[in-house]
Structures are given as structure tokens and as C-alpha cells.
Design a protein around this ligand. Structure first.
Ligand code: GLV
Length: 343
């Protein structure tokens, strides 16, 4: 944020829905009348609407649902900045129709999230958490040639489904760092020069699932992508294959995945996201061939600060500088926007 602070009396009012890094909160306080939630109280949808009364802006995380009911209950709301790259918590058509702008937080988390995707792939293929549990239980008595043998990562074939910024960053690690053959599937094929930089080959989803030793999911969650990996897709994978999901819960049918893992249809899974999280399907919790992490792919402090700062910059751009969001997810309906912003 580079604009000088406005007169406090005329500062726009915003709500910060969850705890955020204090340095970003302090910067927001220079430009806005801020109601924060540094105690990280979990509000119901009704409580969120109550807290939002009279606020023009909301700094949200992926946990707050922004839907038609909330927008109708908060007529002064103009802008919602998500501190997440995914924005499946937004009902974008409802926001657009209501004249409310939205932004997400891309780019700043790309490398950190790609690092984590790779960490989860390594942990899953090389059975790291299973090995640690074995050791902690006191089961490690002596060396044996086939004790906890896993799957090769270097030189194997990685299939990436969803080839946006994070998928591409994973592909570069895989191809250039681990000598992997990289296949990808995406809604649209990437330009040839991007494919070349990532050393990635475009394939159909079916061919990718059949050929890959490891499958990494990095696609956004949309109605169309709901359960895009379910029993039929798992049946196409190799019995030695691993599946890694760092995208969103709901992309994988967790019950079908647990069954495929139990039956040895695939070898292992690394999961950072879950259907209905923070609940985790009990069948997954009972399996040893899964590595489970609590949605932490972007969790380093520099990245979390950068995500919060980008959300703050988006609020500043719209509500203080009178500009468009830096990283918009919609273009609000102009008539609804004029009506809402006049009110
Ligand atoms: C995390 O899941 C994000 O979308 O930023």
C-alpha cells in the first residue's frame, strides 16, 4: 500500500474475519477502521453477517462462505479479499450480480506450495510417516533389505492434473530436479514455450492416470471438478502408483480413495485437503499407506504474510485508491455495483 492515509473519520470500515499476521493488521489500521478477530473466534454464517454490518470490506480466508444470503444481509459490503489462491468459498456469480468485487491471493504462494507438493510426494512414495510410526512404536529391531521399501521418485513418471502456476512449478522441480517424465492434463493445453520450460507433455486424463507412477492434483475446485478422482479414475491407476492432493477437498471422492487404498488398487496417497475438512474420513485415518496433513501447503510465515498483504493491498486498491482489485476474481455487474456503492 503506497497511498497516504486518509482522514480517520472518512476511513472505510472493514472486517478481518480471522487472525492474520500482526504486521499486516497494523498496516491495514493506517487506512481503514478495522474490526479484527485476532482471537480467531470461529463465527457462524449468521455471526459473520452480524460482524459485517456497516463494513465496506472483508478480508476473508478460504473458510468464510460468501454467498447470496450473506451479500443480501450486508448491503454496504463492496469488496471481499480472500487470503487464499483458491476461492471456492465465493459464490462468484452471486457476488457479481450483487455488485461486490472479489480478489484472491495468487503467485505469492506458488513456490512454497510447490515445495510442499513435492514434500508430500516424497513422504508418500518413500513411506516417511509410516517409517517414523514404525520406529516410534519400537518395531525397528534390525535392518532388512525390504523393510519399508517404497516407490522411486527420480526418473519416474509424474502426472499433474491442473497445470496452473503451482502445477508448472511442480513440473519444473520434477523434470529439472528429479529427472522425471512429466505428463499433465489441464482444461486447456499450455503454449508450446511453457510446455518446453516445464518439460511437460499434454495427455488425456485417462492416459495420464494409466501411465503415471505418481499423480499430483493441483486443480481448482469447481462443480465440474467435484469427485474428478473417484472409483473409475482410481481403477485406471497402477497398483504401485501414489496419489497426492494439495488442491481442495471434494476433488477426490475420499470414501472411494480409502477403498482403493485398502484393496491395493493404488499403493499410497498423500493428502493435504479433505472433503468436509477439518473432518477427515474415518476410513482414511485407519490406513497406514496415507500421509495426512492439515491443509498446510502454503504454511510458511513469509508466504502467509505475503498472502495477507496481498489481500490487504486488494482492499486498499478498491476501497482507498478507487481502483480495480490487483488480483480480481470477477467483474461486478456495473448497475448493481453503482447501486451498492451509492448506498
Ligand atoms: C490454500 O488452500 C489456498 O487456496 O490458498
Amino acid at each position: 500500500m503506497t497511498m497516504p492515509a486518509a482522514n480517520p473519520a472518512s476511513q472505510p470500515a472493514i472486517l478481518v474475519a480471522r487472525a492474520i499476521p500482526p504486521q499486516v493488521l497494523a498496516r491495514l489500521q493506517q487506512y481503514f477502521q478495522v474490526q479484527d478477530n485476532q482471537d480467531d473466534v470461529q463465527w457462524s454464517a449468521t455471526e459473520l453477517a452480524q460482524q459485517l454490518q456497516g463494513k465496506q470490506g472483508l478480508l476473508a480466508t478460504g473458510s468464510e462462505r460468501i454467498d447470496a444470503a450473506l451479500l443480501a444481509a450486508c448491503p454496504q459490503l463492496r469488496m471481499v479479499a480472500n487470503m487464499a489462491v483458491g476461492f471456492n468459498n465465493f459464490d462468484v456469480p452471486a457476488m457479481t450480480a450483487a455488485g461486490v468485487l472479489g480478489s484472491n491471493a495468487p503467485d505469492v504462494l506458488t513456490q512454497t506450495t510447490a515445495d510442499f507438493g513435492f514434500a508430500l510426494l516424497m513422504a508418500t512414495a518413500r513411506r516417511i510417516t509410516e517409517g517414523e510410526h514404525y520406529l516410534r512404536r519400537g518395531q525397528w529391531q534390525r535392518w532388512r533389505y525390504d523393510m519399508l521399501v517404497g516407490a522411486e521418485v527420480h526418473g519416474s513418471t509424474l502426472g499433474i492434473i491442473g497445470m496452473g502456476r503451482i502445477g508448472q512449478a511442480i513440473a519444473r522441480r520434477a523434470a529439472h530436479g528429479f529427472g522425471m517424465r512429466v505428463l499433465y492434463h489441464n482444461r486447456s493445453r499450455l503454449p508450446a514455450e511453457v510446455e518446453e520450460q516445464c518439460a511437460a507433455h499434454y495427455t488425456s486424463k485417462v492416459d495420464l492416470l494409466r501411465q503415471a507412477d505418481h499423480v499430483m492434483l493441483v486443480l481448482p475446485y469447481t462443480a465440474e471438478n467435484h469427485h474428478c478422482i473417484a472409483a473409475p479414475e482410481l481403477a485406471l491407476m497402477q497398483p504401485t502408483a501414489t496419489l497426492v492432493n494439495i488442491a481442495r477437498g471434494g476433488i477426490v471422492d475420499d470414501a472411494a480413495l480409502a477403498q482403493a487404498l485398502r484393496q491395493g488398487q493404488i499403493a499410497a496417497a498423500g493428502l493435504d485437503v479433505f472433503e468436509g475438512e477439518p473432518q477427515v474420513h474415518p476410513d482414511l485415518l485407519a490406513l497406514s499407506n496415507v500421509v495426512l496433513t492439515p491443509h498446510i501447503a502454503s504454511a510458511t510465515m513469509p508466504t502467509r504474510i505475503a498472502m495477507a498483504q496481498l489481500a490487504a493491498d486488494n482492499l486498499h486498491a478498491v476501497l482507498v485508491a478507487g481502483q480495480e482489485p490487483l488480483t480480481p476474481v470477477n467483474q461486478a455487474d456495473p448497475v448493481a455495483r453503482a447501486r451498492r456503492w451509492a448506498g
